[in-house]
Design a protein around this ligand. Structure first.
Ligand code: HEC
Length: 107
């Protein structure tokens, strides 16, 4: 019985480590992180909200990774990610400020 309990704990730890590593790898693979110090329009409301909401799960993505045309769609996907995982979500007004900020500063 005791061995079973120990085996169960070891399994749980292993599974945790594997998932954690895989999750981090996925994030590294999907976002090129931008240093916050070099964000465009650093004092704007959009930059502040972008910083607040968009690095809850991964590093702050480089704005150049998407065109002005692509950003709205990418943000919609992130809204689904946020709602699915229970992270803090921007309200409608904040959402628009973030999208406008990204579109304005995309390449
Ligand atoms: C709930 C966690 C979460 C939050 C908060 C979040 N993301 Fe993501 N993001 C993910 C996950 C998971 C992936 C990888 C899978 C995918 O692309 O959906 C990702 C990938 C990305 C990528 C790379 C993939 C692509 O489409 O180029 C970008 C860019 C991105 N996120 C931008 C954002 C922006 C902008 C925000 C804020 C509006 C944001 N993320 C907030 C979870 C999140």
């Amino acid at each position: 019985m005791r061995y079973l309990a120990i085996a169960a704990v070891v399994m749980l730890i292993l599974v945790g480590v594997i998932f954690n590593t895989a999750g981090k790898k996925m994030m590294e693979a999907t976002t090129d992180e931008v240093a916050e110090a070099v964000l465009p329009e650093p004092a704007s409301a959009g930059a502040g909200l972008y910083r607040q909401y968009c690095k809850q799960c991964h590093g702050l993505p480089e704005i150049e990774t998407h065109t002005a045309e692509d950003w709205p769609r990418a943000v919609e996907r992130m809204m689904k990610n946020m709602s699915a995982s229970g992270q803090q979500m921007p309200d409608a007004g904040e959402h628009d400020l973030i999208v406008n900020y990204l579109v304005r500063n995309a390449k």
